[in-house]
Design a protein around this ligand. Sequence first.
Ligand SMILES: [Zn+2]
Length: 112
Amino acid sequence: MNESVVTLDCKHCGEKLLPFELPEAAGFETAFQLACFNDECPYYQRGWEHMQENYAVRCSYRYRIDPANGSASPLAVWSADAIKDRIMDVDVSLEAAEDDAAPASQEGDGDE
Ligand SMILES: [Zn+2]
């Protein structure tokens, strides 16, 4: 029953996930996603070695969650600063969004 609950902390390092603007909005239900931008994150650090050893490329990935469905997937990055310029300076609360599906802007206009 709790499958829709989304954790806002990185499960690899415990850092708070930060919202970032998607490079391409097409194909996604939301304009932003959440990712761990901690450079010390073991998931991210392991990614460099993994990609170098298996694919001989210099890139890695960060832990990323799609807030639309709460699913986690790797966010490919090509440098330590990649996508950091897209981090949004907003507070995102997924729990509030889950509890109240109706947009707040529509309240107060009840006319039954
Ligand atoms: Zn992390």
